[in-house]
Design a protein around this ligand. Structure first.
Ligand code: PLP
Length: 476
């Protein structure tokens, strides 16, 4: 379908942000969130399982069901090799690496080795450019608050931040707080394919005034990739003192990230991320556990610590290091280091198979971000004329774990800010899904997910008032 056709379909399905359709949209979210809350309580044994009643399905326990996990942008399974690494440290190496007796000193050396290994995986020149944090949210907070504070300290006129409308809340909420605190933030828009508006970006950069630019490498909902090399070059050409931060949470290990700089300054021998000053990501998206993250801060870049307390991480992030998980994260990166292209090709082949099959078998769907470069593992699909929540519940009943791009599952009543920024009509926002694969995803799982999705969408549409309304309207 063309974009115009899509818009026509959307309007037939109640598209357009009228107060009425937004009200209905929020109402349907409220209902499903109520079901989810009751379902959660029922699992604690306090209530009858409402979800099972409503859907007339037998609630299966996790043990009795084989799940097809296609929600790897939310989190990933921990690699067995990583589990093994972590267990050894949890069991035997409980020392505090800041202590001064022999086993602790040896552990501190192992921490140094892990830092070196992470630096190597990213092409960072110095291990001390790697700061271990608790997650990507903390890394993003530290980068924005820490980068801005340091910039203002050096020059009070530098009080502006530039970011995009489609960042993760771990950046957007920080920016909103900064605005409340009196700083100026420019939010750069994207087009219908999710590509950044370059003219707006260039216009927003103010030499001598912009302190920090924060742009994600890949979008968590659509997988759309921003041209970091180009954006960072423009920033440095505008004003080399602007700090360029990248949220690489969704791209690390899926796309090459090379922060290296040739010591002689030869650009042709440097990595594509040579102009990046700070970079964030977390362990749980790369087959390491939740509770550990990384912030890269290039040597020479001014940075005020965000977490205050002890002198860990060379005074840049206080708090006793989570040694087992740091070791696990370093191991996870090592496992992927030389396999980014190979794993990417495998995931892209399966993702493309899923996309093609869904496009062939399910009429009136749109793939968001399809015309832009995307991470190899992500597929964002809008289904017209069907209630997204019903599809999600029935997919889950069939053991297929996907997520709703419309954020209902994450506890919000608002439509996705990413898809809204892409001008996706509300009729499509209501039936929006994200499939995200990992290197563990198999062909058989994709085949089963295709069958399940085609069957579930047909079933939901058969009983959907939206579908009837849509069918009554001609398609332009
Ligand atoms: N940034 C992006 C792009 C993300 O996708 C996420 C999580 O989904 C985060 C930041 C936050 O990551 P964490 O859960 O490690 O705090």
């Amino acid at each position: 379908m063309s974009y115009n056709q899509n818009r026509a379909v959307a309007s037939a399905c109640g598209g357009g942000f009228t107060t009425n359709s937004l009200g209905l949209f929020k109402e349907s979210r409220r209902v499903i969130m109520k079901i989810q809350r009751r379902f959660r309580t029922s699992r604690r044994g306090d209530e009858t399982p409402l979800l099972a009643e409503k859907c007339e399905v037998e609630t299966m326990t996790q043990e009795s069901k084989q799940f097809i996990y296609l929600d790897n942008n939310a989190t990933t399974r921990v690699a067995p090799e990583v589990v093994e690494t972590i267990q050894a440290y949890l069991r035997d190496q409980y020392w505090n690496p800041s202590s001064m007796y022999e086993p602790a000193l040896m552990l501190a050396r192992e921490l140094d080795a892990a830092r070196e290994s992470v630096a190597k995986s990213l092409g960072a020149a110095f291990p001390d450019e790697i700061i271990f944090t608790s997650c990507a949210t903390e890394s993003n907070n530290a980068a924005l608050f820490g980068g801005l504070r340091a910039a203002i300290k050096a020059d009070p006129k530098r009080n502006r931040v530039v970011t995009t409308k489609v960042e993760h809340p771990a950046v957007l909420e920080v920016c909103r707080r900064l605005e409340k605190d009196g700083y100026h933030v420019d939010y750069i828009g994207v087009d219908k394919d999710g590509a950044i508006n370059m003219a707006e970006f260039v216009h927003a950069l103010r030499p001598g005034e912009t302190a920090v630019v924060s742009v994600m490498h890949a979008n968590n909902e659509t997988g759309v990739v921003f041209p970091i090399e180009k954006l960072s070059r423009i920033v440095k050409q505008t004003d080399p003192k602007i700090v360029f931060h990248v949220d690489a949470t969704q791209s690390i290990t899926k796309l090459p990230v090379d922060l290296s700089r040739d010591p002689e300054g030869d650009d042709s021998l440097s990595g594509a991320f040579k102009n990046v000053d700070m970079l964030s990501f977390s362990g749980h998206k790369i087959h390491a556990p939740k509770g550990v993250g990384v912030l890269f801060v290039r040597r020479g870049v001014a940075f005020e610590p965000f977490m205050l307390g002890g002198h860990q991480e060379r005074g840049r992030r206080a708090g006793t290091e989570n040694i087992p998980y740091i070791m696990g994260l370093a191991k996870a990166l090592e496992l992927e280091r030389d396999k980014i292209v190979e794993n990417g090709q495998k995931m892209a082949r399966l993702r493309d198979k899923l996309q093609t099959a869904i496009e062939e078998r399910v009429p009136y769907i749109v793939v968001n971000g399809k015309n832009s470069p995307r991470t190899p593992n992500t597929l964002n699909v809008a289904v017209y004329g069907a209630e997204g929540e019903a599809i999600l519940v029935l997919m889950s009943e069939r053991g297929v774990c996907v997520s709703s791009g419309s954020a209902c599952t994450s506890g919000s009543l608002e439509p996705s800010h990413v898809l809204t920024a892409m001008d996706v009509p509300i009729g499509a926002l209501q039936g929006n899904f994200r499939f995200s694969l990992s290197r563990y995803t198999t062909e058989e799982e994709i085949d089963r997910a295709i069958d399940a999705f085609a069957e579930v969408v047909m079933r939901v549409r058969m009983t959907s008032s939206k579908w009837n309304a849509y069918m009554d309207e001609p398609i332009v």
